[in-house]
Design a protein. Structure first.
Length: 285
């Protein structure tokens, strides 16, 4: 929400953050949601949907690296990847840095987000939409996974919070569809909110994943603009060994990939699965 030269995030009723606006680059109501992109001195270009900050130029690398490199390197031989959401292109950019990935299908419900981010946040995608391995599908992600006959090695759900268009990507039907779309040994990861502020999202997701995946847990990363603590990512697979690799195995795969990162390290990969006690307690309860 804009007030004068400031943007106030409205995710929580009792707590929030303010960004000063140097210049509004785009603001409009798309077919699905309110979209704004503006300049901020501290975080560069900032994109928000329906009053909630989605990404900034300054810290997007943390979120995108952790949602891509953790499952892809844990898998070890991911050739086909499905991205649900991710209209800014950052997730697609990071996935395509893996030379072993042969094909990426990206399903985004809102074409305007893709178009405006190509124009105003080009560093996020960095040409990824033009990569021949990319297949961009403008559609509802839940409908796609339920109806498609395609199979994938890794599925990444880069959704908004479970309000508005993103709500369908936190349902049992979506998780069931994802389980159907995964090859043997496949991995699903999803953004799952800030656990300190949104612990109900963690417990609800765990319960909804339970019927469809044998191995379910969460991992974490600290993203400054996602206020309130650690960003939590859900992890689901039917192969428990995928998240039990040694540091030496993950390091060897990372070095072989020849990918340079700004946040992700093999040590960070292993350590990210260590959950705070309050999250463990909530899941146990």
């Amino acid at each position: 929400m804009i007030q004068g030269d400031n943007y106030f995030e409205t995710l929580y009723d009792t707590y929030g953050q303010r960004f000063s606006i140097d210049k509004v680059l785009f603001e409009n109501k798309t077919e699905h949601q309110h979209l704004i992109i503006f300049d901020n001195k501290q975080f560069g270009r900032v994109m928000a949907l329906d009053g909630v900050i989605q990404t900034t130029e300054k810290d997007e690398f943390i979120y995108h690296e952790m949602l891509t490199h953790v499952p892809i390197l844990a898998h070890g031989n991911a050739k086909r990847v499905l991205i649900i959401g991710g209209g800014d292109g950052g997730m697609l950019r990071e996935v395509l840095r893996h030379k072993t990935v042969e094909h990426v299908t990206m399903v985004e419900i809102d074409k305007s987000v893709v178009d405006m981010c190509k124009t105003y946040l080009p560093k996020h995608s960095n040409g990824a939409f033009d990569d021949p391995r990319t297949n961009l599908v403008i559609s509802d992600g839940r409908d796609f996974v339920i109806n498609t006959d395609q199979k994938f090695d890794v599925i990444i759900s880069d959704s908004t919070d479970p309000i508005g268009p993103g709500e369908a990507l936190f349902t049992s039907g979506f998780y069931q569809g994802c389980s159907k779309c995964l090859n043997e040994g496949g991995i699903l990861v999803t953004q799952n909110g800030v656990s300190f502020m949104q612990i109900d999202e963690v417990t609800t997701t765990a319960a909804r994943l339970s019927p469809y995946f044998n191995d379910r847990t969460f991992y974490r990363a600290a993203v400054p603009t996602y206020i309130g603590g650690d960003m939590t990512f859900a992890w689901a697979s039917n192969d428990a060994s995928a998240r039990q690799h040694s540091l030496e195995v993950i390091r060897a795969r990372f070095e072989k990939s020849e990918i340079s990162t700004r946040w992700y390290t093999p040590e960070m990969h292993i350590g990210s699965f260590a959950l705070p006690q309050y999250v463990v307690d909530a899941l146990d309860a």
